[in-house]
Design a protein around this ligand. Structure first.
Ligand SMILES: NC(=O)c1ccc[n+]([C@@H]2O[C@H](COP(=O)([O-])OP(=O)(O)OC[C@H]3O[C@@H](n4cnc5c(N)ncnc54)[C@H](OP(=O)(O)O)[C@@H]3O)[C@@H](O)[C@H]2O)c1
Length: 326
């Protein structure tokens, strides 16, 4: 097998760590893109030992910082000639936390979960194009089901601290909106990059056991809920296998611009925005359909333009205006 390069963000714990182990065991070159180098080195060592694969690299990145992502991409490009698989797994959520800004004055949840991945993909694009089967995967969440309520929207006017301190802030709602934004970007990127053969999909994760490291970060009053959830959630290896399947299998070779559920079924947009009560219960409990909001073109364009502006990726915005240039 030709060596394939896989970048996994947030590879030091939870699903990201399990995915690193899975790809490593299967013989891939894995590049762990992690924030905390000291801790991540111990994980890197553990993965090398468990998988007997020495090609496990570690490059520092803070996904909430534009500078850090630029540095990561430069280092990556100096070491590797292509990207075959890019998995945007890292995400920020910390219940009860107040509104926080990233080093670039962007709301922290959106900076980490949406704009950071947007920038990394854009900066690595030339390297991604060099792969003979490039695949990008975005980790989404079943939390986007809140958008089945037509009143739920992405609030765009407070992403740069405009109403910091004067509006009530909910990390949960921000996280929910960021995960919807990420699905919308998935659809847009798939469309933008299809002529280059780049496949971009999102996985809707219903839950996976949280690692001890993650549980420690959770606010004390939230911990009992998190422990409770952990009893019912599948192991992280289950979701890691899904990452692997979507990014490597023939089944998904031609699949792009799709939201995929944890049974590896392609989800469809809900056929009805105002369904019967029975239909509403069915779609909230199931994972076969996603909210129509994800297909809203106006929101998609607004989000793409904002992503290009905030990350100063003007080339990405020009591409929207002039697809010929791509
Ligand atoms: N677990 C679930 O039940 C569940 C449900 C739905 C969706 N998901 C999604 O699945 C993905 C993985 O979740 P998980 O539960 O496995 O997560 P996790 O164990 O909490 O791990 C999150 C990872 O993201 C990294 N990260 C956070 N902020 C970062 C930043 N600014 N820069 C670089 N790395 C950063 C963390 O690194 P540090 O160690 O440096 O903090 C950690 O490695 C996430 O996208 C999550 O939203 C999970």
């Amino acid at each position: 097998m030709k060596k394939r390069n896989v970048i996994i963000t947030g590879a030091n714990s939870g699903i990201g760590k399990a995915a690193t182990l899975k790809f490593a065991t299967e013989g891939y070159n894995v590049i762990m893109a992690c924030r905390d180098l000291e801790f991540s080195r111990t994980v890197q060592k553990e993965i090398v030992e468990l998988s007997q694969n020495k090609n496990i690299d570690l490059i520092q990145v803070d996904m909430s910082s534009l500078n850090s992502i630029h540095t990561f991409c430069s280092e990556y490009k100096s070491k590797y000639d292509k990207v075959d698989i890019l998995i945007h797994n890292a995400a920020y959520i910390n219940h009860g936390e107040k509104y926080q800004l990233s080093p670039d004055n962007i709301e922290l949840t959106f900076a980490t979960n949406v704009f950071g991945p947007f920038l990394m993909t854009t900066l690595l694009l030339d390297h991604i194009k060099k792969s003979d089967d490039p695949r990008i995967l975005h980790a989404s969440s079943n939390i986007i089901k809140h958008f089945f309520d037509p009143k739920t929207k992405i609030i765009f006017d407070n992403l740069q601290g405009e109403f910091k301190g004067s509006r009530p802030h909910s990390v949960y709602k921000m996280y929910c909106q960021s995960k919807m934004a990420f699905v919308i970007l998935t659809f847009k990127m798939a469309e933008m990059y299809k002529d280059n053969g780049i496949k971009v999909n999102a996985l809707q994760i219903n839950g996976a056991k949280m690692s001890k490291r993650t549980l420690k970060k959770v606010k004390p009053w939230w911990r009992p809920i998190a422990w409770g959830q952990n009893i019912f959630f599948p192991p992280t290896s289950y979701m890691a296998n899904n990452y692997f399947e979507i990014c490597t299998s023939n089944t998904f070779h031609h699949v792009s611009g799709k939201l995929i559920n944890d049974k590896l079924e392609i989800m469809q947009v809900t056929p009805n925005e105002y369904p019967s009560l029975f239909e509403q219960v069915k779609r909230v409990l199931g994972s076969s359909v996603y909210p129509t909001y994800a297909d809203n073109n106006e929101v998609m364009e607004q989000l793409w333009a904002l992503s290009a502006e905030l990350t100063k990726c003007h080339s990405a915005y020009t591409l929207t205006k002039n697809l010929d240039g791509f």
